[in-house]
Design a protein around this ligand. Structure first.
Ligand code: GAR
Length: 189
């Protein structure tokens, strides 16, 4: 049996997609979803999906071992950042080497770093008249968006695409590829 813990800060549509993907897989359990936003939509989704969801604040995350202890109690094979926007502190990185995986809504190293998340990324892609964008699934290290890349997938951007169109294309890639990459990684851990 493999265990996954997910982190999310917002809507949680990737969380829901991952939960549904593994729903009938008896070898994979989604142990818990952790969120740093008390009113995040992902909490409603977890209630509906009957998945454990825990909230933590900035102090607990960055200045205590509280989140580390919670994670250790679940013994996760992978920790998945599915739309999680805070930098991961070093106590988590050192205790879970090569087990923390992030999805970024662009083709890193382009459009990465602090402040580059969600629609900020799609807006910059649009403003720079990029002809393609995509997703990057990568291991997490102590710097934003700099860990080893596991997989990238691309989509075309048309000049007529709005920021919302770009976001939608990128989300489609996320829904298609993220669960499959997680499944593949679980076979290796
Ligand atoms: C996703 O597009 C994910 O790639 C992005 O946040 C969105 C969350 O959507 N993550 C980042 O920007 C991380 N830097 P969701 O809440 O609907 O899954």
């Amino acid at each position: 049996m493999k265990n996954i813990v997910l982190f999310a800060s917002g809507s949680g549509s990737n969380v829901e997609n991952i939960v549904q993907y593994f729903q009938n897989n008896v070898n994979v359990t989604i142990a818990c979803v952790l969120t740093n936003k008390r009113d995040a939509k992902v909490i409603d989704r977890c209630n509906r999906l009957k998945i454990n969801c825990l909230y933590f604040n900035k102090n607990a995350f960055s200045s205590t071992d509280c989140v580390l202890k919670i994670l250790q109690s679940y013994k996760p094979d992978l920790i998945i950042l599915a739309g999680f926007l805070w930098k991961i502190p070093s106590n988590l990185i050192t205790n879970f080497p090569n087990k923390i995986v992030n999805i970024h809504p662009a083709l890193l190293p382009k459009y990465g770093g602090k402040g580059m998340y969600g629609n900020n990324v799609h807006k910059a892609v649009k403003e720079n008249n990029e002809t393609e964008t995509g997703i990057t699934i990568h291991f997490v290290n102590e710097n934003y968006d700099e860990g080893a890349i596991i997989q990238q997938e691309k989509t075309l951007v048309n000049p007529s695409d709005s920021m919302e169109d770009i976001a939608s294309k990128v989300h489609q890639l996320e829904y298609e590829y993220f669960p499959k990459v997680i499944e593949k990684l679980l076979l290796e851990v």
